[in-house]
Design a protein around this ligand. Structure first.
Ligand code: GYE
Length: 305
C-alpha cells in the first residue's frame, strides 16, 4: 500500500510515512521534553518511519541533515530551525524534490511562504510580553535594574522574547535593562554570563532569562555570590519545565511564562494531513499559560515535563 493519497515518494517502506526530523540540539529541559514528545509520537505503531538527527545548535548541521533527507527521498521533512535566517536555498532544494516541509517550534524568516506547509509553535513575542507585563505590574513602582539572559543569537525565541519584553516595559521609566547577553539557552552559559553580570554590576534587581535553564544557571551564580535568588535578585523565566517550576515553588524564581514543548501529537496530525493532500493551516499557535509560586505549587505534581 501507499502512504496516503500523496503516495510513497520512495523513502519509506510499505505503509509507513518516512519523516526526516532535524532537531536543534539538546540544550535545555524544554528541548529534552520536545524530543521525547516527537520520538514517542512518530513511531512505527503510529504509521511513521522516523529519521532523527541532533544539530547541536549549529545551522550547518541542520542544512546537512536536510540535504541528506532530500537525498534519501523521505516523504516529509520536519525541523526546528536553530536560527531564523538563511534557509531559502535548502528549502528550495526540498521544494524542487517535491518533499513537503513542516516547521515546528521555531520559524524561518523566509518571505516565500510556499517553502513550507505549516508552522506549529508558540507565540514567543507574547511570551516576552507576558513576562514583561508581570514585571511592570509587580515590581514597576520603584527603580528596577534588569539583566537579560538571551537565548541563542538569531533564534526566533531569543529575538521575539527580547522584543516582547521590551515592548511591555517600554512605558515604565523605572525599569531599565542594564546588561543583556546570550547564554545560548544552556544552564552552564547562563551561570557564566550571570557571573560576569554580577562582577560588573553591583546593583542588579532582576534577571530576565529567555528560558528556565539559563535562569537555573543564574541561580547558581547568585548563590555563589552570597545572595539569595528570588529575594535579593528576582528572577523571571520562560518554559515552565519541571526544574524551573520546582525553583519557583522553592522561591528562587518569581514568575515563569510557559512554553509547551509537547508538539509531537500535533506534528503527527499535520504530517498525516500533508501526505494525504488535505489542507493544513499555515500557522498553528500553541497556547501557553504563566505561573506564580502558588500556581506552580498546584501544577507541579501533575506536570508532564
Ligand atoms: O524555550 C528553550 C529551548 O525554541 C521554544 O528552545 C524553544 C526554546 C526553549 O532551548 O528552552
Amino acid at each position: 500500500g501507499d502512504a496516503g493519497a500523496g503516495g510513497d515518494s520512495g523513502g519509506g517502506d510499505g505503509d509507513l510515512i518516512s519523516v526526516g526530523f532535524s532537531q536543534v540540539g539538546a540544550e535545555s529541559g524544554w528541548r529534552a521534553a520536545n524530543t521525547k514528545s516527537i520520538q514517542d509520537t512518530l513511531t512505527e505503531e503510529n504509521g511513521f518511519d522516523l529519521s532523527f538527527s541532533d544539530a547541536q545548535q549549529k545551522q550547518e548541521n541542520q542544512i546537512q541533515a536536510i540535504r541528506s533527507y532530500i537525498a534519501q527521498g523521505v516523504d516529509v521533512i520536519a525541523f526546528s530551525p536553530v536560527v531564523e535566517s538563511g534557509w531559502d536555498a535548502v528549502l528550495e532544494e526540498a521544494k524542487a524534490a517535491d518533499i513537503p516541509v513542516v516547521l515546528t517550534d521555531r520559524s524561518v524568516d523566509s518571505q516565500d511562504e510556499t517553502l513550507y506547509e505549516s508552522f506549529i509553535g508558540s507565540d514567543f513575542v507574547l511570551e516576552g510580553e507576558t513576562a514583561g507585563k508581570w514585571v511592570v505590574d509587580n515590581l514597576g513602582s520603584e527603580p528596577l535594574n534588569v539583566v537579560e539572559l538571551q537565548g541563542t543569537t538569531g533564534a526566533a525565541p531569543a529575538v521575539d522574547r527580547k522584543a516582547g519584553f521590551e515592548s511591555a516595559i517600554e512605558g515604565n521609566p523605572n525599569i531599565k535593562i542594564i546588561a543583556s547577553q546570550t547564554g545560548n539557552f544552556t544552564r552552564t552559559e547562563g551561570r557564566q554570563v550571570m557571573e560576569g553580570f554580577l562582577q560588573a554590576n553591583p546593583d542588579i534587581d532582576l534577571v530576565y532569562a529567555h528560558n528556565d535553564d539559563m535562569g537555573l544557571g543564574a541561580i547558581e551564580a547568585i548563590e555563589a555570590a552570597g545572595l539569595q535568588p528570588g529575594v535579593d535578585i528576582k528572577i523571571v523565566t520562560i518554559d515552565a519545565v519541571k526544574d524551573g517550576m520546582q525553583a519557583l515553588v522553592d522561591g528562587k524564581i518569581n514568575y515563569i511564562v510557559e512554553c509547551n514543548p509537547l508538539l509531537g501529537p500535533d506534528l503527527a496530525d499535520i504530517i498525516k494531513d500533508v501526505v494525504a493532500g488535505n489542507p493544513v493551516e499555515k500557522r498553528i499557535v500553541v497556547e501557553d499559560k504563566a505561573f506564580d509560586q502558588a500556581a506552580a505549587a498546584e501544577a507541579l505534581p501533575t506536570r508532564e515535563y
